[in-house]
Design a protein around this ligand. Structure first.
Ligand code: CU
Length: 365
């Protein structure tokens, strides 16, 4: 019996040693996986030096045409220029943008239902690529793309009738199309209905898009365009108006308590669908996908790639409201965030914080 119990003790000890070894190995394996995940998150991508002459390509959200204000249709001539520029992607980071008129998005165009539009597209002398324009408001082949393939230094035009009221994306449609869009070649054209849009106090112009840059937001330097990330639809930057946290700081939107706000919001893509949301507000009206018919009392609205909407709401309380893509990593980690700063008297019957906490910011520009 004594011998058997000695064997049992030895077996127990051996088993304990083996189990402990497995446990240690397993812990080491887990640690290795975690550390490799952490190190891959922290890996710095080697970038070329920041281009110090990089310009500000962010379209100011308050730069948009006034309402058309006409009761009759007319002929309208619009001119755009495609320009390739080195622009600022984030603090200390630059990127080779392709643009309409030097900003992302390009200018908002605004016409009236029934107008005949003569659209001129010039490609800057300094460009290296052919560019073009496809406007989703056009009824005709390619939305104008076939008519406007322009080489550097050249220009072309075509004419279309704005038959359908709404808010429409325009974008470059020269090969390779996804690359041209991803480098910033998109904007909005608003076709107002015959009776015009309801009067509001302030209008803003915002467009979401992905930037398939070689580095991540924390990487400083000059980012190259990364075609593999684009094909995988795996951007490290998702932005409003062209750059990381573009609509914060001096390009924040401003309004006063009691004002009625209209946001024209488009999604250049080229690939992702936006879950557009304003933190702390409910959209009183949404024209989903730019439709004539409106929905009421919406929290978050989908904006497809190559689609647009307009939303309206009244701001009741002072403070900071944040525009985001509520696929929320895109806002917090990838840059799709904008501030609407509202001034005025609080109404404690609508909202009361007895401690007066300010809304935190995101840093950035
Ligand atoms: Cu182009």
């Amino acid at each position: 019996m004594k011998k058997i119990s000695q064997i049992a003790v030895v077996l127990a000890v051996v088993t304990a040693i083996v189990l402990a070894g497995v446990a240690v190995a397993s812990t080491q394996a887990t640690a290795a996986v975690l550390s490799s995940a952490v190190s891959s998150m922290n890996d710095k991508v080697a970038l070329d030096p920041f281009i110090s002459t990089a310009v500000d390509i962010r379209k100011a959200p308050w730069e948009l045409p006034a309402p058309v204000g006409r009761t009759e249709p007319q002929k309208v001539t619009l001119s755009l220029e495609t320009v390739e520029v080195e622009g600022k992607l984030a603090d200390g980071s630059s990127y080779a943008y392709w643009t309409f008129n030097g900003t992302v998005p390009g200018p908002m165009l605004r016409v009236r239902e029934g107008d005949t539009v003569e659209l001129h597209l010039k490609n800057a002398d300094s460009s290296k690529s052919v560019h073009s324009i496809d406007l989703h408001a056009v009824n005709g082949p390619g939305g104008g793309a076939a008519s406007t393939q322009v080489k550097p230094g050249e220009g072309k035009f075509f004419t279309f009738k704005a038959l359908n009221p709404g808010v429409y994306v325009y974008h470059c449609a020269s090969p390779h199309i996804p690359s041209h869009i991803a480098q910033g070649m998109y904007g909005l054209i608003v076709v107002e209905p015959k009776a015009g849009l309801a009067k509001v106090d302030r209008e803003f112009y915002v467009m979401q898009g992905e930037v398939y840059a070689s580095g991540r937001p924390a990487d400083k330097g000059h980012h190259q365009f990364d075609g593999d990330k684009m094909r995988d639809e795996r951007p490290d930057f998702v932005v409003f108006n062209g750059a990381f946290q573009a609509l914060t700081g001096e390009k924040s939107m401003k309004a006063k308590v009691g004002e009625r706000i209209r946001l024209f919001v488009g999604n250049g893509g080229p690939n992702l669908v936006s879950s557009f949301h304003v933190i702390g507000e409910v959209f009183d009206k949404v024209h989903p996908e730019g439709a004539t018919e409106a929905l009421s009392n919406v929290q978050t609205t989908l904006i497809p790639a190559g689609g647009a909407t307009w939303v309206e709401f009244t701001v009741e309380e002072p403070g900071r409201y944040m525009l985001v893509d509520h696929s929320i990593s895109r806002a917090i980690d990838k840059g799709a965030v904008g501030y609407l700063e509202v001034e005025g008297e609080p109404d404690p019957s609508v909202f009361l914080d007895p401690h007066g906490h300010p809304m935190p910011g995101m840093g950035g520009h």
